[in-house]
Design a protein around this ligand. Structure first.
Ligand SMILES: [Mn+2]
Length: 509
C-alpha cells in the first residue's frame, strides 16, 4: 500500500518501480556485497553513509577533536567444547557501520573526519590450507570501501599514531532481551580515556531511521521472503509435516535470494500449534503433520546482508476457509487494514496497538463470541487474552531492532497487552516496523479469563467452546513509515479471496 507522496529521500526509490521482484539493479559500481549475479548488490557506500550519519550526530553533541569510535565485531562461537563453530553472523552494530562478513574484526571511526579504519585479524600462514588464500590488507580495504585497513594487534599503536585520546565504545542494555552489550576490549585500551556511555543511545537512534540505501535492502529481503511464503502456500497440502514449510522457505530464500540465514527460527504452526506464539523451538520443532481443516500460521523471514524480514502468513492448509476461519481471519485482517490506514509520523504506536485490539474484539463480538462494550473489554484486559503480544516492533538488522525504549522516549506502558510492546514511540518517517495483529485461542489464557468474573462476563462460553483447539491467526507485514503514511513491503495474498484463488493454482487439476 504505497503512500501518495514521499519525502525527498524516499522519493529516490521511485526509479526502482517496475524492477522485477528479487532481481538486483546494477547500481553498485564500487565495492559491494552480493551472493551472485541475481541477488541484490548492496554497495559498501551504505555503510560509509551510516558511519557519516553516526559521526554527524556525535558532533552535534559537541564531541572533542581527539575522539574515535571503536567497535568490536562479532567473534566466532564454538559449539560447546568442540572445534566446530556456530554459523557466524556479524554483530549488528558492527554490520551497520562496516558491513564486514568475517568474525574477530574491529573498526574505528574518526569522529571529526569520519575516516574509517578496519582492523582484521592477522591469521597464521597455515590458515590458507583451511580457509583458502589469505586476503591482504589492501584487498580488505578495497572490498569494504574503508579508508584504511590494519591488523587487530596494532589497534592501540594505530590510534596513538592518530593522536586519539578519547575512545567511544559501545555499552548498553538491549531493551528486548535485557542483555548487556559491553564495550570493546583490545590490548592497550587502558592507554586511552574510554567513554562507554555516550555512543549507545546515539547509534541506536541512527539505526531506528533507515537510509534510502538500507530501505533498498529491506525491500529486497521482503520481496524474497514474500515470494518464499507464496511458494510454501502454494505447495502446502494436508498430510505434510510442518517442517516441510520451514525447509521450503529456507530453500527458497537461500537458493533464489542468496539469504544464507533466516532472521529467527521459523515458526510453522498448524491447527492448535498456531496459537503457540514461538512454536518451532527445540522442544516443539515444527514436527506435527498438518491436517485437513487446520489453519497454518507461518512466521518466517529471510536475512540478506544482515537485514531482516519478518513476515507471517495465516491460511487454511487445504486452501479453503471455513466460516469460523473466515471470522477470525477477517477480524485480524481488518485490524491490519485499520493500522495501515492510520499509521503515519506523529502517531503513537501504543494507540495503534489498541486500535488493532479494538477492531478484533469488535469482530469477535459481531461473530457472537463476546458480548458487552468493547472499551470495557479493553479496560478488563480482554485484549491481552486474544492477543498477548505487541502489535509490532522496529525491524532492521535485528528482527527486534534496537531503539524501542531509548532515553527521552516513552517508557514501557503498564496496561495489559501494551506492556508487551517492544516500543511505545511516536512514529517517524524512515522507521521500519512490523504490523502484526493476531487473534489466538490459547487454553491457559482462556481458562484464566473464564475463571475471572471481570473478564468472563464478556464471553459467550458455548460459542467460544467451538474455537478451543482452533489455534490462531497472525497477519504480519513489514512496513516503512513515510512522510504521509506507510509503504507496505510485504507482497503476499492477504484477503480470503486472494488466498483461496492463489492456493487453487496447481491444486484443482
Ligand atoms: Mn515480528
Amino acid at each position: 500500500m504505497a503512500s501518495s507522496a514521499r519525502s525527498r529521500n524516499l522519493g529516490k526509490l521511485e526509479r526502482d518501480k517496475g524492477r522485477p521482484t528479487g532481481v538486483a539493479e546494477g547500481c553498485a559500481k564500487g565495492p559491494h556485497f552480493s551472493r551472485h549475479g541475481e541477488t541484490l548488490k548492496v554497495p559498501m557506500s551504505l555503510f560509509r553513509d551510516n558511519r557519516h550519519r553516526l559521526v554527524s550526530r556525535l558532533r552535534e553533541k559537541g564531541t572533542r577533536s581527539d575522539t574515535f569510535v571503536v567497535l568490536q565485531g562479532g567473534v566466532n562461537v564454538p559449539f560447546n567444547d568442540t572445534d566446530i563453530n556456530w554459523p557466524f553472523r556479524q554483530e549488528s552494530f558492527f554490520q551497520w557501520c562496516f558491513g564486514v562478513e568475517e568474525p574477530d574484526c574491529y573498526g574505528a571511526i574518526d569522529v571529526v573526519t569520519g575516516a574509517s579504519i578496519l582492523f582484521v585479524p592477522k591469521l597464521p600462514a597455515e590458515y590458507a590450507i583451511w580457509e583458502g588464500k589469505l586476503h591482504t590488507l589492501d584487498e580488505f580495504k578495497e572490498r569494504y570501501g574503508v579508508d584504511e585497513t590494519r591488523y587487530t594487534d596494532e589497534i592501540a599503536a594505530v590510534l596513538k599514531g592518530k593522536r586519539a585520546q578519547l575512545l567511544l565504545t559501545l555499552s548498553g542494555r538491549n531493551s528486548d532481551s535485557g542483555l548487556l552489550k559491553d564495550g570493546a576490549v583490545f590490548d592497550g585500551i587502558t592507554e586511552f580515556r574510554v567513554d562507554s556511555e555516550t555512543l549507545y543511545p546515539v547509534i541506536c537512534e541512527c539505526r531506528v531511521i533507515k537510509s534510502p540505501q538500507e530501505i533498498e535492502v529491506l525491500r529486497y529481503v521482503c520481496d524474497v521472503s514474500s515470494e518464499a511464503h507464496k511458494t510454501v502456500m502454494r505447495r502446502m497440502r494436508p498430510g505434510t509435516p510442518e517442517y516441510n514449510a520451514e525447509a521450503w522457505f529456507q530453500h527458497f530464500v537461500y537458493a533464489k535470494g542468496g539469504c544464507r540465514h533466516v532472521s529467527y527460527t521459523c515458526i510453522c504452526g498448524s491447527g492448535h500449534n498456531s496459537s503457540i506464539l514461538h512454536y518451532g523451538h527445540a522442544g516443539a520443532p515444527n514436527n506435527k503433520v498438518i491436517q485437513d481443516g487446520d489453519m497454518c500460521l507461518f512466521d518466517m523471514g529471510g536475512n540478506y546482508c544482515g537485514y531482516a524480514a519478518d513476515i507471517t502468513c495465516s491460511f487454511p492448509a487445504n486452501g479453503k476457509f471455513t466460516d469460523d476461519q473466515k471470522l477470525v481471519y477477517n477480524a485480524v485482517l481488518k485490524a491490519r487494514d485499520a493500522v495501515i490506514a492510520a499509521a503515519k509520523p506523529g502517531v503513537v504506536w501504543t494507540d495503534m496497538h489498541l486500535l488493532a485490539n479494538k477492531v478484533v474484539l469488535t469482530s469477535l463480538k459481531e461473530g457472537g463470541l463476546l458480548v458487552g462494550d468493547v472499551e470495557d473489554m479493553i479496560k478488563a484486559g480482554l485484549n491481552a487474552v486474544f492477543q498477548p503480544h505487541g502489535l509490532g516492533h522496529l525491524l532492521g538488522l535485528d528482527v527486534h531492532d534496537v531503539g524501542g525504549y531509548l532515553p527521552g522516549h516513552p517508557e514501557r506502558p503498564k496496561a495489559a497487552g501494551v506492556n508487551k510492546l517492544r516500543t511505545a514511540r511516536t512514529l517517524l518517517a524512515g522507521m521500519f516496523v512490523t504490523v502484526e495483529p493476531g487473534c489466538y485461542f490459547i487454553d491457559c489464557l482462556l481458562d484464566a479469563a473464564l475463571a475471572n468474573p471481570e473478564q468472563s462476563k464478556f464471553f459467550v462460553p458455548e460459542q467460544l467452546q467451538r474455537f478451543r483447539g482452533f489455534g490462531g491467526v497472525r497477519i504480519e507485514d513489514d512496513v516503512l513509515i513515510t512522510e504521509t503514511g506507510v509503504e507496505n513491503f510485504t507482497k503476499v495474498p492477504r484477503t480470503v479471496e486472494e488466498i483461496e484463488t492463489f492456493m487453487q493454482i496447481d491444486r484443482s487439476t
